[in-house]
Design a binder for this molecule. Sequence first.
Ligand SMILES: *[C@@H]1O[C@H](CO)[C@@H](O)[C@H](O)[C@H]1NC(C)=O
Ligand SMILES: *[C@@H]1O[C@H](CO)[C@@H](O)[C@H](O)[C@H]1NC(C)=O
Ligand SMILES: *[C@@H]1O[C@H](CO)[C@@H](O)[C@H](O)[C@H]1NC(C)=O
Length: 183
Amino acid sequence: MRRIVTVLLIIIMLLNNIPRGTSRRAFNTLHFRKVSTDFGRKYASNYAARISEDNKAINMTLDLVRDLTVDLWLKVNITQRETKNRYKNIFAYNMNLCQLIGKAKGINVFTIWLQNIYRYTNMPMSCPIEEGQYYWRDLRPDKDSIPAFILTGHFRIDALFYMKDWDNDMLTNTTMFVYIKMK
Ligand SMILES: *[C@@H]1O[C@H](CO)[C@@H](O)[C@H](O)[C@H]1NC(C)=O
Ligand SMILES: *[C@@H]1O[C@H](CO)[C@@H](O)[C@H](O)[C@H]1NC(C)=O
Ligand SMILES: *[C@@H]1O[C@H](CO)[C@@H](O)[C@H](O)[C@H]1NC(C)=O
């Protein structure tokens, strides 16, 4: 149970959108400040992210050149900046995305969250993920999507998508710096 809750929190934080009114404290603003990307050339021909001019949204594209016939894993680290070069750990988690998606069958809170997360993308909600051009367009956090315990500040989010069964080969590596201002 703790595991599921942790996974959900990470997903909410990272990707956004839980149904309105389910979190107690809304945030004022989330600004994407910087994003850097890298990808495995064996699996993709391009992976890029672009922050909107107002810093409130982000577009991402991934050109997958090969079917991913094994499970896709996600390793996430979220840290908050304390001083210029010191970060405090908020979350570190490693999850099998295919298994997670597979479990979200039927109508429950879990499915609703996942559906919200998938609202901005053409990614399939099932595995295997086939070769093709994928995107996230105008991805922006919903105002109720940041957990209440988060404090105003600068955050760093590291997200590594990889294939555990293919020698832990990297699909994409993303580092995002965001500023969150809570009410
Ligand atoms: C993101 O994509 C949307 C929809 O295609 C487009 O209108 C917008 O200009 C793009 N923003 C950036 C920063 O590229
Ligand atoms: C997450 O943090 C751990 C320890 O702080 C580090 O070993 C690991 O490389 C980090 N992973 C990512 C994806 O940044
Ligand atoms: C991912 O990117 C971060 C930041 O650039 C880097 O520290 C880390 O080593 C990279 N991880 C992999 C597996 O390439």
